[in-house]
Design a protein around this ligand. Sequence first.
Ligand SMILES: *Cc1c(COP(=O)(O)O)cnc(C)c1O
Length: 355
Amino acid sequence: MAIEIQLCTKEQRKKKLADSELVFGKKFTDHMFLMKYKNNEWGTPRIVPYQSFQLDPACAVLHYSQEIFEGMKAFPHPDGSVNLFRPFENAARFNLSAERMCMPQVNEDLFVKAIVELIRVDKDWVPHSSQTALYIRPTMIATEKFLGLRASSEFYFYVILSPVGPFFKEGFKPTKAYVASQNVRATPDGTGEAKTGGNYAATLHETCIAKNKGYPQVIWLDAIHRKFVEEASGMNIMFIIEDEIYTPPLEGTILKGITRKSVLELAQELGYTVHEEKIEINEIVDQIDKGQCTEAFFVGTAASITPIGQILYNDREYIINNLNVGKITQNLYDKLVGIQTGKIDDKFNWTYRVD
Ligand SMILES: *Cc1c(COP(=O)(O)O)cnc(C)c1O
């Protein structure tokens, strides 16, 4: 499983941005990991200079979206080390997505090793200011050249790195969410549980509607009854009702978020009661009106924990906690980010040292 490393030349090296200039996902580091699949096997794993692909216009990913990805982050710790957060969880989920999309499995140790080695090579790119991190995007695409509906027999597995600032420009401030009124994101027995491109393409139309009304996020409802809350387009969702935590259960249409899982584990450790239950949107807005749903937030790698201050549902706006960050949201955020950034003792053993 030795990874070949080809470093870029001095001329190929890119100019870095100051931490304060970083936004989300626009700047990429000097190197990438790349491994190709052909004739039923993976070829040599390689770290190479960051580069464009030459893809045939007929290759399968461009027509039928046979594609999967992951999203992870590496954080610098006060001791100078760089640490991943539960990377084997991402490796396992990547293979779950691969299975659903008829793509080959990637050895989970190699998946993590590829990321570790790549970060070592591009270690100078890890930003150090608060709210910044090195975002990691493992991806697999179908590269076989043919038109016709069947699984590809050739694939690229690659990993790119992006130094990022806060996901939301405003930072840790309540965001606004629009409850989907026209489209659905995922259906029972569909691909909702896989991190595959098509799921995100399916969110774009409703997201445009929401943005035009001033809401950056969409809250999706279940496809059958159009009343149970599912999640956002790239984040899971939680509500605080009478000081207890509620989140929808994982039943195939919701992505199995690692942040979701971690926040639930952390919350129990902190003594909160957590409920994984189906939640009706009508129930939620009722509870907001009655002052019993006092906090709501999104959870995911990219945006960490993001409080929700306003929800637009059926043309009515519901304000949560007077647009302030709630105390449970803040507590969970402080603990989660504290562990990720090495400021709080990691008794769960979630952090994984890169160097
Ligand atoms: C990636 C993603 C999440 C969050 O998963 P994490 O493992 O916490 O990053 C939630 N929902 C969707 C639809 C996602 O794509």
